[in-house]
Design a protein around this ligand. Structure first.
Ligand code: ZN
Length: 215
């Protein structure tokens, strides 16, 4: 099915400029690898950056669009800036971290039909990056966000008040959004989720598990 939900323009511009936080960049890199529309948009931004630099040499006030984040090293930085052609279920930028097979992932159970796999970030990075697997028909706790959050669907789908999100779709959420996703009733949902800060779940389920899982 075609990808219908993409990164917001501002998110893609921050990604192109290398200023998006590492966890969020990892999700955008994975989406870009799956999405021809966003690859095209990114190429346009790169051309724009090159034109700005070429037309305005020596202008100290003009912000260039660097192709690499200022800070390098770390486990996750390897996947942040490597868009590649669309691949199978797990996009190429992610395979270094989680392998090529979703079925082979060593999920950790959170309880009530939800499993996760926290992914490593650089020592100095803030935010949170993890895979989440939700059982078919499972309702996720209603929650708001402490800052920006991105969710990329790798398998199955979910539906919330914003719409239906299937394979390759990217949910680009800001802290004004509160949502209660319901996983596909047959396939469930596996997604890659990054947040600028930990999510603040509000429901009873959340209050029960939050102290233990750091969500
Ligand atoms: Zn896209």
């Amino acid at each position: 099915m075609a990808i219908t939900h993409h990164a917001d323009d501002s998110t893609l511009m921050s990604y192109a400029a290398g200023t998006l936080p590492e966890a969020l960049s990892a999700v955008v890199a994975a989406h870009v690898a799956m999405c021809t529309d966003c690859r095209r948009e990114l190429a346009t931004l790169d051309e724009l950056g090159a034109i700005l630099l070429a037309d305005l040499p020596g202008q100290a006030t003009v912000m260039p669009l660097p192709r690499q984040p200022a800070v390098e090293p770390a486990p996750c930085s390897a996947i942040v800036r490597k868009p590649s052609a669309a691949a199978g279920t797990i996009p190429a930028p992610l395979t270094r971290l989680v392998g090529k097979d979703l079925d082979a992932i060593a999920w950790k159970r959170l309880g009530l039909g939800v499993w996760h796999l926290p992914l490593p970030l650089s020592a100095n990075a803030t935010g949170d990056l993890r895979l989440i697997k939700v059982a078919p028909g499972q309702i996720m706790p209603d929650h708001g966000h402490g800052g920006a959050e991105l969710a990329l669907i790798l398998a199955g789908s979910y539906t919330d008040s914003i719409g239906h999100f299937g394979h390759g779709d990217l949910a680009d959420l800001d802290d004004a959004v509160e949502h209660q996703p319901i996983a596909d009733r047959e396939a469930g949902c596996i997604c890659l989720i990054a947040s600028e800060h930990p999510a603040r779940f509000k429901g009873l389920f959340a209050r029960l598990v939050q102290p233990f899982v750091g969500l």
